[in-house]
Design a binder for this molecule. Sequence first.
Ligand code: FES
Length: 118
Amino acid sequence: MNKYLAATVEEINVAGKKIVTVKEMEIGVFYIGGQYYAWRNMCPHAGAPVCKGLINGTTLPTHVYEYEFGCEGQILRCPWHGWEFDLTDGRHLAADSKAKLRGYPTAVEEGLIYIMMA
Ligand code: FES
């Protein structure tokens, strides 16, 4: 496994995300709940630059006629068709969907964030 420098901790903690190019692939690095996540900037639906989407929350599963908002700051919405993904595990938030963002492990050393890749 090789490590590729993506950003400084300061950059990501201030901006919340950064899109970098590693091995000719765009990868979005996100800071969510004290952890760093790296996701390929390609939506599994139709290939949109998903990491450029808005980060927000979502409506949670509830009973009929109940509406509850949650996961604030953890949900990435694809800019093309609005699919929502959980930035902590890459899951597409739709019942029975098996779609997922492609992710890479990250490592933090001396204030620098690395993306780990083969
Ligand atoms: S390309 Fe992302 S939702 Fe369609």
